[in-house]
Design a protein around this ligand. Structure first.
Ligand code: GAR
Length: 212
């Protein structure tokens, strides 16, 4: 029997919410031992809020304040308080397009994860699929990683590769990367929620393996 506190997820997103849907469906199918406490968005019209409400899940918009790439300080506190009040103990970033700072990171130490549409450390930042096309790589993919103060720099939990085709446009490549994300994110969350993996320095490994 596991002594792990059950995962109660706070999911943050700014967009369509397709990763959220994949995660919610995996939970409903019994593939991730977790529940979703709250879905939060910085975009009032975001599809992720619509998807959450259609599943009768708590969903809230909190205006992000005056900055474009991060939350205003007092508002970041409000995000933390709202997540805590909802009972969330593990934070899943699913297309949340703002960088998190303290106090958010300190409020959920080692318990914030993100999905990024490239094989990190290649192509951090915005529109990673476009960056991959422009660079001319033949293989890209997606990465689930722990969130730290740097942009897309935290320890890597899992990756899935996607071939870049000669005929690809930004739209077709992004669509295939997203299909890979919808497999990878639920799989990584299941491993975390079942306490099957652990972080040793930057390396995230199965609990049974011996990494020196
Ligand atoms: C996903 O492709 C995710 O990798 C990306 O936003 C998309 C959200 O889609 N995130 C980033 O680029 C973060 N740097 P979704 O709303 O359909 O899940």
């Amino acid at each position: 029997m596991s002594a792990v506190t059950p995962f109660r997820l706070g999911v943050l997103g700014s967009g369509r919410g397709s990763n959220f849907v994949a995660i919610a469906d995996a939970i409903a199918a019994g593939k991730i031992p977790a529940e979703i406490s709250l879905v939060l968005s910085d975009v009032e019209t975001a599809g992720i809020l619509v998807e959450a409400r259609s599943r009768q899940l708590a969903a809230r918009y909190i205006a992000p304040g005056k900055f474009r790439t991060r939350l205003e300080d007092g508002i970041e506190q409000e995000y933390v308080a709202t997540l805590r009040d909802a009972g969330a103990n593990f934070i899943v970033l699913a297309g949340f397009m703002r960088v998190l700072k303290d106090p958010f990171l300190r409020a959920f130490p080692d318990r914030i994860v993100n999905i990024h549409p490239s094989l990190l450390p290649a192509f951090p930042g915005l529109a990673a699929w476009q960056q991959a096309l422009d660079y001319g790589v033949k293989i890209t993919g997606c990465t689930v990683h722990f969130v730290t103060a740097g942009v897309d720099t935290g320890a890597i939990i899992g990756q899935q590769s996607v071939a870049v085709l000669d005929t690809d446009t930004a739209a077709t490549l992004h669509a295939r990367i997203q299909a890979a994300e919808h497999e990878l994110y639920p799989r990584c969350l299941a491993a975390l929620a079942r306490d099957e993996i652990t972080r040793i320095g930057r390396r995230v490994v199965p609990r049974t393996s011996s990494v020196n």
